[in-house]
Design a protein around this ligand. Structure first.
Ligand code: CDP
Ligand code: CDP
Length: 222
């Protein structure tokens, strides 16, 4: 059983994916963390983010490891933990520039497909249902209004003690969604056979429960 979750920023993908993985005993794979890790390394090395060849070469020489930890997924770049670093505002606002390049996506998709070979996974991202696992047993495209998504991120920042401005957050989210949905290579788009779930008015638990029902319908355990 493979569950593919796609959708725009702050739709609730990773929160829902983590809970699904726990309930089902599946492995959770956050593909956004992989693009973030490459972006973090590229910024640190001063690579021009418009230079596809250089970014692709950098990725080919980069080891990205995802590991399940007690507090969620841990991320390692060339053996060093970068779980916190890849969530910085700088990385968040640059990652779509890196993710638009065909060479980068080709290598990322190859690595992601290797991670799903054994099944029993929940994978979230932007192109999981369309490109990474086009034959996934369950595909969900999660959406929510931009206002609600900005509000959720704002709340999250408050809890973490990070100062942020609600209007600015919404602008940044919309800008990233625009870049992700309009790029030439595997843009953010609902797969034809994905179920669209508008979570604007839904709490996390009801989203998780609905997806579990879909899994059960497809004969998966819960
Ligand atoms: O958690 P959040 O929704 O803020 O973003 P993320 O899932 O960490 O993804 C960060 C960025 O990586 C996205 O805005 C996309 O530009 C890119 N991404 C992608 O292109 N394809 C994926 N499968 C996953 C992420
Ligand atoms: O992974 P993605 O960027 O799609 O979103 P997320 O990081 O899972 O969710 C963003 C924030 O919205 C988190 O703080 C969640 O707890 C919250 N959330 C919510 O309040 N209601 C939902 N139905 C889903 C997420």
């Amino acid at each position: 059983m493979r569950i593919a979750l796609d959708g725009p920023a702050a739709a609730g993908k990773s929160t829902v994916a983590k809970q699904l993985a726990e309930r089902l005993g599946f492995v959770y794979i956050d593909t956004g963390a992989m693009y973030r890790t490459l972006t973090y390394k590229a910024i640190n090395k001063g690579v021009n983010l418009e230079n596809e060849q250089e970014l692709t070469r950098l990725l080919l020489n980069t080891i990205i490891e995802l590991e399940a930890g007690d507090l969620g997924q841990r991320v390692f770049l060339d053996g060093k933990e970068v779980t916190q670093e890849i969530r910085s505002i700088e990385v968040t606002n640059m990652v779509s520039k890196v993710a638009k390049h065909a060479g980068v996506r080709k290598e990322m998709v190859k690595r992601q497909q290797q991670l799903v070979e054994n099944g029993g996974i929940v994978m979230d991202g932007r192109d999981i249902g369309t490109h990474v696992i086009p034959d996934a047993e369950v595909k969900v495209f999660m959406v929510a209004s931009a206002e609600e998504r900005a509000r959720r991120r704002h709340e999250e920042h408050k809890k973490q003690g990070i100062e942020s401005n609600l209007q600015q957050l919404q602008r940044e989210i919309e800008e990233r969604d625009h870049l992700d949905s309009t790029r030439a290579v595997s843009p953010l788009i609902k797969a034809e056979d994905a179920i669209e779930m508008d979570t604007t008015l839904m709490n996390i638990q009801s989203v998780v429960n609905e997806i579990i029902l879909l899994v059960e319908k497809r004969g998966g355990k819960s």
